[in-house]
Design a protein. Structure first.
Length: 246
């Protein structure tokens, strides 16, 4: 059973389009145009064209593309701010806010036309954001699922709490967890494909596959093809096997 997947995007529309092109090339080479493309979340924050990413994915799904888009923690923080200027996501450290430079919310609002969001008083910034972010974008992000299961693979944004069925996980764990998930080497009953924790390159750990290759920090955006539990990164030269670590 084949699936395609793309890691955390963070407003990099140009790299998202290139990743879709690599997937299209693999489809042509294999003659398979039925497998879904799963995006593991974090559409927004830090990058230059967050609005463009949301619109591209929303419009593609509306036009019939076989795409699955999952909700990431940055997507939830964006929604939380639009709903309430004082919102603080329960997964976020208490000393940080969504507009802090480390989180990159200002870049998201900039892409929607809200200028200098991180350096102006919060109330007018919030009012402009509510006015300028299209209702269809808010509705699209609000409706994003938090996991997707296909065959022997479960796709989530951050990971899972070991020993708990994915259907019973809290949304905050699915969007924010690092430990004890990252250090757990047990079989989860399915290959867990995720992002959220930036690393140098996509890595297959045997029981999980991390796709976040750090596009938010100048790295590439990874696209992979997964067949059962075997994964290949898609490069301009074709497939590259991601060998599971022992």
């Amino acid at each position: 059973m084949r699936s395609y997947a793309i890691g955390d995007i963070h407003g990099h529309l140009d790299q998202l389009l290139a990743a879709h092109d690599r997937i299209a090339a693999d489809r042509r080479a294999t003659g398979d145009d039925t497998a879904p493309v799963v995006h593991v979340g974090d559409l927004v924050d830090r990058g230059p064209d967050c609005r463009g990413v949301v619109e591209h994915l929303r419009a593609g799904i509306d036009s019939g593309e076989n795409w699955v888009v999952l909700k990431g923690n940055h997507d939830r923080m964006f929604l939380g701010f639009l709903d309430d200027l004082k919102h603080h996501d329960p997964g976020l450290r208490s000393d940080l806010g969504w507009l802090h430079p480390r989180l990159g919310g200002g870049a998201t609002l900039e892409s929607y036309g809200v200028r200098e969001a991180a350096s102006r008083p919060l109330a007018p910034v919030h009012a402009e954001a509510v006015e300028l972010v299209p209702a269809e974008h808010r509705a699209f992000i609000e409706a994003l699922p938090t996991f997707y299961r296909r065959g022997e693979v479960v796709f989530v944004h951050a990971g899972i709490r070991p020993g708990i069925a994915v259907e019973d996980q809290t949304e905050t764990d699915l969007l924010w967890i690092r430990e004890p998930f990252l250090s757990d080497r047990s079989d989860h009953g399915a290959l867990v494909v995720h992002g959220h924790t930036a690393i140098d390159m996509a890595t297959h750990y045997g029981n999980r596959l991390n796709l976040d290759s750090g596009v938010a920090y100048g790295g590439p955006l990874t696209a992979v093809v997964i067949e059962d539990r075997t994964a290949h990164a898609l490069t301009p030269q074709g497939r590259m096997l991601l060998t599971p670590m022992l």
